[in-house]
Write a protein that binds this ligand. Structure first.
Ligand code: AMP
Ligand code: ZN
Length: 139
């Protein structure tokens, strides 16, 4: 099965690489929201969070943090959003998991924030937390 991000890892894609790690590659998004918009991906193909090994997840976050700091340092960002779409309904369009590092500026129109959700009752939160804890993978 062909995968455009696996091609980039293999050096066959036309990517502008900004950082590499033993388990990850970070490169610029081809259709950037803003200059410096980068993607961090695992070298090993994983569709999403369910099949992503913990060490890859850890390095993705580590490299994402560094790229975010660089985006501010290099003058591309006043602030940064990290964003990962896990699944089609969440907006995922490339099915090799990737963390977006999105440089932000005042008034840039990026839809950040969760709107005005009402406060949830604590007993409901406790019940949801219990279900999540019971379903939590150990690795
Ligand atoms: P998502 O919609 O979260 O799955 O993000 C996929 C991202 O990959 C989009 O922001 C695309 O602009 C970007 N993209 C698609 N093809 C390429 C490519 N060949 N090189 C770099 N970025 C790409
Ligand atoms: Zn892939």
């Amino acid at each position: 099965m062909s995968c455009i991000f696996c091609d980039i890892v293999a050096g066959e894609g036309d990517a502008s690489v900004v950082a590499t790690g033993p388990r990850t590659v970070a490169f610029l998004d081809l259709f950037p929201f803003a200059p410096g918009h980068a993607l961090v991906i695992p070298r090993e193909h994983a569709v999403g969070l369910s099949d992503l090994p913990d060490p890859d997840a850890a390095e993705i976050m580590q490299v994402g943090r560094r790229v975010a700091v660089a985006a501010r340092e290099a003058g591309f960002a006043e602030a940064v959003n990290l964003f990962l779409a896990d699944g089609q309904i969440a907006g995922q369009t490339v099915f090799h998991t990737h963390l977006h590092v999105i440089p932000r500026r005042a008034g840039d129109g990026f839809p950040a924030g969760f709107g005005a959700s009402p406060q949830a009752p604590h007993d409901e939160l406790d019940a949801v937390a219990e279900r999540l804890a019971a379903a939590m993978p150990t690795s």
